[in-house]
Design a protein around this ligand. Structure first.
Ligand code: S3P
Length: 179
């Protein structure tokens, strides 16, 4: 029986350290789609890195750039899009993500996020001295918003990335086979 095509726009959401970039890149390969990372696109367009944008324009400036980028990228076809952890704060982003493609929430515990972001120097929101408290606060604020937009919630703790990619690919194919 011929396989139906998987959805052509897949948007990965979830907190810092969820593995959106690594998983997104592998998932794109698996589904024969193009991988795009919203933060990298913002950096390319502005010509500077994210910490520099935060330094000069503050978080509000970064969010404006992110909003414009999400509007553009959620209209591209045949992509797996990795978004930044704060993308769901903006209601217009939530609307675009939910209405223009299939949203996968990579649910990740604060312990796991701490492990994966231990040596990070590129995330302005994590440069304070109590990372656990910061990640817990962000999780409380954003967890419900990730769930609000998600078509699929995937728990990433304790799984190897390849296994997570397989689970997502299978779930997307199964969803697509449903009449
Ligand atoms: C942010 C997450 C980052 C990046 C920026 C802000 C956030 O992306 O967009 O530093 O608000 O959680 P990652 O989730 O890819 O780390």
């Amino acid at each position: 029986m011929p396989a139906l095509a998987p959805p052509r726009r897949i948007f990965l959401v979830g907190p810092m350290g969820a593995g959106k970039t690594t998983i997104g890149r592998q998932l794109a390969r698996e589904l024969d789609l193009t991988f795009v990372d919203s933060d990298r696109e913002i950096e390319q367009r502005s010509g500077v890195d994210i910490p520099t944008i935060f330094d000069f324009e503050g978080e509000a400036g970064f969010r404006r750039r992110e909003r414009a980028m999400i509007d553009a990228l959620t209209q591209r076809d045949d992509i797996v899009l990795a978004t930044g952890g704060g993308v769901v704060l903006d209601p217009d982003n939530r609307r675009d993500l939910a209405s223009r493609g299939t949203v996968v929430y990579l649910e990740t515990s604060v312990d796991e996020q701490l492990r994966r972001t231990r040596r990070d120097r590129n995330r302005p929101l994590l440069q304070g001295n109590d990372r656990r408290a910061t990640l817990e606060r962000l999780d409380a604020e954003r967890g419900p918003l990730y769930r609000e937009v998600a078509d699929l919630v995937v728990e990433t703790d304790g799984s190897r990335r390849a296994a997570t990619v397989e689970r997502i690919a299978r779930a997307l194919r199964d969803a697509n086979h449903r009449p």
